[in-house]
Design a protein around this ligand. Structure first.
Ligand SMILES: C[S@@+](CC[C@H](N)C(=O)[O-])C[C@H]1O[C@@H](n2cnc3c(N)ncnc32)[C@H](O)[C@@H]1O
Length: 272
């Protein structure tokens, strides 16, 4: 797998994270849906895997979130007990993240940078999270190799991203972003060609010194007609993002067609 071409990368608007209107933490803001509609499934999954199944103890352990944005996931990671660092290229988002952590009395180290060039020594972290970010980066192979480099042996990598399927083209691009009747996301938030098939990601993980553990799919908590009726209520102004977030969430599922999560563990150098 290669870095995406300039032609494709131009179709995604990663600059929207710098827009002053993107406040992340205001419930009326679209990005707050990361907290209400996505955090429950990914944080629940991460805790079950890391603590209940892998019996990891966060005491004195270091976690990194690559592409932390305004800190919506980073704060959950800090609350799991890790010494937490978040890194992101967007100055505006980092400022919001720092201010919000301060308000909540959370000690999180936020730094500017990209996943393609992590400014950390080899084997610096016990856990790395990269959620809702891999489908935004220009050079996915480089990001995976950097995440592997900064993880300690036996360190855990938890991710989520969006699959490149016909279903994701219709649901995540057409319905969620483009068709005005239902769209609730900015039109260039995602670009379909940058979505990642699980087999592509698995290959990159295996090529970069990871022991691949598993993928886990997700699906909306309601049927597609019900989801469409919820989205329509928002476009008609009957609901804001607040009501949308209260009623519409992703839940764990076997369905890998749209957003899927997963886990990999960094191997020791001598293990093949
Ligand atoms: C959808 S937001 C996800 C934020 C956060 N991970 C969460 O789930 O709450 C995508 C984030 O990826 C960041 N991003 C874009 N390109 C990146 C890159 N090359 N390396 C790291 N982060 C990047 C954006 O600035 C933005 O904050």
């Amino acid at each position: 797998m290669k870095a995406v071409s300039d032609q494709i990368y131009r179709r995604i608007d990663n600059d929207l994270y710098n827009a002053k209107t993107n406040t992340w933490w205001e419930p009326q803001n679209v990005l707050y849906l990361l907290k209400t509609s996505i955090n429950p499934v990914r944080v629940g999954y991460a805790k079950r895997k890391i603590f209940d199944e892998l019996h990891f103890d966060s005491t004195g352990k270091k976690a990194l979130e690559v592409g932390c944005g305004g800190g919506i996931l980073c704060e959950e990671i800090a609350q799991m007990g890790f010494e937490t660092t978040g890194i992101d290229p967007s100055d505006h988002s980092l400022e919001i993240a720092r201010n919000h952590a301060k308000l909540g009395g959370l000690n999180i180290n936020y730094e500017k940078g990209t996943g393609e060039a992590l400014p950390y020594k080899d084997a610096s972290f016990d856990v790395v999270f990269c959620c809702d970010v891999l489908e935004h980066v220009r050079n996915l192979p480089k990001v995976i190799s950097e995440i592997s480099r900064v993880l300690k042996p036996d360190g855990i990598f938890m991710f989520d991203t969006i699959n490149r399927t016909l279903v994701s083209k219709v649901v995540a691009i057409k319905i969620w972003q483009e068709w005005k009747r239902w769209a609730f996301m900015p039109p260039k938030l995602h670009t379909w060609k940058m979505f990642i098939k699980p087999e592509e990601l698995k290959l990159l993980l295996l090529d970069n010194g990871f022991d691949f553990k598993e993928f886990c799919g997700t699906e909306p908590n309601v049927s597609i007609p019900k989801m469409l009726s919820f989205l329509r209520k928002r476009t008609k102004g009957v609901w804001t993002y607040v009501e949308l977030g209260e009623n519409f969430k992703l839940v764990e599922s076997k369905d890998m067609n749209i957003l899927y999560m997963g886990l990999a563990v960094k191997k020791h150098k001598d293990k093949s």
